[in-house]
Design a protein around this ligand. Structure first.
Ligand SMILES: Nc1ncnc2c1ncn2[C@@H]1O[C@H](COP(=O)(O)OP(=O)(O)OP(=O)(O)O)[C@@H](O)[C@H]1O
Length: 281
């Protein structure tokens, strides 16, 4: 933790996307991971910063659990998921001795680690940095936003499930964004209907449309609904690239559409900097 970091470690990062959710278990890490894979699938160079200190699940979802990180002169070197180095990952999970170890720290220590993560990872050039945050709106979120803000453009994707209780929690996320001046890129409704593994018909288990309605009321974009998809669950369990493994799966078009909307928003904000053209989708 004593890395001699340079202030410019995020200088080569063009766009930062914070993924937030009001409560745990709604699929925030899933959306962070798949969003990063979908953006990479469109030809972007992407990094994931996993600051979910109490449940760092992105390394497992990308099959990178147990990887060791080391330091260079400018800070921590992220783990590259592919040989071409188009997807980089830094997670607190890499600093734990065993995957089951818990981070039992008081707030100030957590906040210090988050600030260090933000400033000390040598990302190099990235089109997008996707940041997976803990659930809720806590001190850790404030630290993350404050630490990242100087490097903007910064925006938030809010993840909810269709149930009213989860949608209600997202309202608090919207308030958090408003109070911290964080731009809302849009709302994603996850686990929106169950995709039958046999006939691929989508059945709505919970109520539907909650995320879309919330977005409309709040005047923020609705980015789309991702179904509860057993093939996606299988890829995540096995730490494999869902975008490559199941391109015909129903969750695939949903995730790629969300990635394209984020790409379009980034381009409209900054047409010269929004990375390479979407070529592979
Ligand atoms: N659309 C989906 N289809 C299939 N499985 C999903 C989907 N979304 C999430 N899951 C599964 O649900 C579980 C919870 O997802 P995830 O870990 O992403 O939630 P989370 O909101 O990040 O939770 P926490 O904040 O508590 O870490 C995971 O096992 C994941 O594989």
């Amino acid at each position: 933790m004593e890395a001699a970091a340079e202030p410019g470690n995020l200088a080569g990062v063009r766009h930062i996307v914070l993924v937030l959710s009001g409560k745990g278990g709604v699929g925030k890490s899933t959306v962070s991971t798949e969003l990063a894979l979908a953006l990479r699938h469109t030809g972007q160079k992407v990094g994931i910063l996993d600051v979910d200190l109490c449940g760092p699940s992105v390394p497992r979802m990308l099959g990178m659990q147990g990887c060791a990180v080391h330091q260079c002169d400018s800070g921590w070197v992220p783990v590259f998921v592919d040989q071409e180095q188009t997807l980089a990952l830094m997670s607190v999970g890499f600093l734990l001795e065993t995957p089951d170890e818990a981070v039992v720290w008081r707030g100030p220590k957590k906040n210090a680690l988050i600030k260090q993560f933000v400033s000390d990872v040598a990302w190099g050039e990235l089109d997008f940095l996707v940041v997976d945050t803990p659930p809720g709106t806590s001190d850790e979120h404030l630290s993350t936003v404050e630490a990242l803000r100087p490097y903007g453009p910064l925006g938030a994707v809010l993840v909810t499930t269709p149930q009213a209780v989860s949608v209600g929690d997202v309202r608090r996320e919207l308030t958090f964004c408003r109070k911290t001046g964080l731009q809302v890129i849009g709302v994603v409704e996850n686990m929106s209907g169950f995709v039958c593994p046999h006939c691929e018909e989508c059945t709505n288990i919970f109520s539907t449309g909650g995320g879309e309605e919330l977005a409309r009321h709040a005047g923020v974009p609705f980015l789309g609904s991702v179904p509860l998809d057993p093939q996606l669950a299988r890829s995540l369990e096995g730490g494999r690239d869902f975008m490559q493994e199941f391109p015909k799966s129903p969750a695939f078009p949903a995730l790629t559409s969300i990635a394209h909307q984020i790409l379009d928003q980034a381009r409209s904000r900054d047409p010269t900097e929004a990375g390479r053209p979407a070529s592979q989708v």
